[in-house]
Design a protein. Structure first.
Length: 334
């Protein structure tokens, strides 16, 4: 195992402790710094999670990036901040992992990828599911379905911030100024595995229903391939069991939850069910962290799994979905 890399995290939302735990358990990283908008909230976050007092707290990104000890930066800030923050990190020569989506649109993503190549810096989006053992099991069992005719993918979950929104507040998750909304935050979990498995569709058809704030509350995306289609539904204001399916002439693969890949079964054409799921750690970000560490150790500048090409394909679909549904962000006007 190589010497551990010093990790800095930007943001203190619920996903950050999961990533820190995964990163440290992977054996590749140690937590070195936390960036929060307010110093006190950063100190509170450090204390509540029992991190070492030696972990440095910053409230200014440029100050943190001047810290020569910082080697890897994990960005878990609102979507609209990703582009400027990632740009600064790349220019500072830091390895960068950005929570999905990596940018607000394809223009921003292209600029980040080009800058990372120019500066010879590793850049990766933080889509975790493609590294999960059950996604690998899905890939291995895909031939069992025979000819694919249709796929259904869904991720619908009532946001923890929806109650605040209904009370008239303006939480980040429902604020278009931060490039948020249902398709960007939840629908993307459906897009990544299917684009990875099947490639780019020949056509995209989308519709959405909006909140008064200007973001999509729920929507449907149809990916049309030459001989089959993928139907995606997503929502931040209602919930489902979130099971997804790949349906073929010989059987169906059922994914328990598209955002975590917990649970996988095969149902043959006679209706017989077989559990084909494999063991996954309760912290499913562990596999992302392990892959990140291995990629850096190998001297790579992008992930062979969460590749720049894959991120670009998904972002182009998101752009098309937003164009068809009328979902606009301030970042689109720049």
């Amino acid at each position: 195992m190589p010497k551990k890399l010093n990790l800095a995290v930007v943001g203190t939302n619920f996903i950050v402790p999961k990533f820190i735990e995964a990163a440290e358990r992977s054996g590749f990283f140690r937590l070195h710094a936390i960036l929060s908008r307010k110093l006190q909230s950063g100190h509170d976050f450090r204390s509540s999670n029992n991190y070492e007092n030696s972990v440095v707290i910053y409230d200014q990104l440029d100050q943190m990036l001047r810290d020569d000890s910082v080697q890897v930066v994990y960005l878990a800030s609102p979507n609209a901040l990703h582009f400027n923050q990632a740009t600064a990190c790349i220019r500072a020569g830091k390895t960068v992992v950005v929570e999905k989506p990596m940018a607000s649109n394809s223009r921003e993503l292209k600029a980040l990828i080009e800058l990372a190549a120019d500066k010879n810096v590793f850049l990766m989006d933080g889509m975790k599911t493609l590294f999960c053992p059950n996604f690998q099991a899905l890939v291995a069992n895909l031939p069992r379905v025979g000819r694919i005719w249709q796929c259904n993918a869904t991720f619908s979950k009532v946001s923890s911030r929806y109650a605040d929104y209904l009370l008239g507040k303006n939480p980040n998750t429902f604020n278009p100024a931060l490039s948020n909304g249902s398709v960007m935050d939840l629908g993307i979990y459906c897009l990544y595995p299917f684009v990875q498995l099947l490639g780019s569709p020949q056509a995209v058809h989308a519709c959405a229903d909006f909140l008064d704030s200007g973001v999509d509350a729920a929507g449907t995306v149809l990916l049309k391939y030459p001989d089959f289609h993928v139907n995606i539904t997503h929502s931040k204001v209602c919930s489902t069991a979130n099971s997804s399916e790949i349906q073929g002439e010989e059987g169906t693969l059922v994914i328990g939850n598209i955002s975590t890949f917990t649970g996988l079964k095969f149902i043959d054409k006679s209706g017989r069910e077989t559990d084909i799921s494999v063991h996954q750690d309760t912290n499913d970000m562990l596999y992302l962290a392990q892959h990140l560490g291995e990629s850096i150790a190998a001297g790579l500048k992008q992930s062979p799994v969460n590749s720049h090409e894959l991120s670009t394909k998904v972002m182009r679909i998101l752009d098309e979905v937003r164009a068809q549904t009328g979902l606009r962000f301030p970042a689109d006007e720049m």
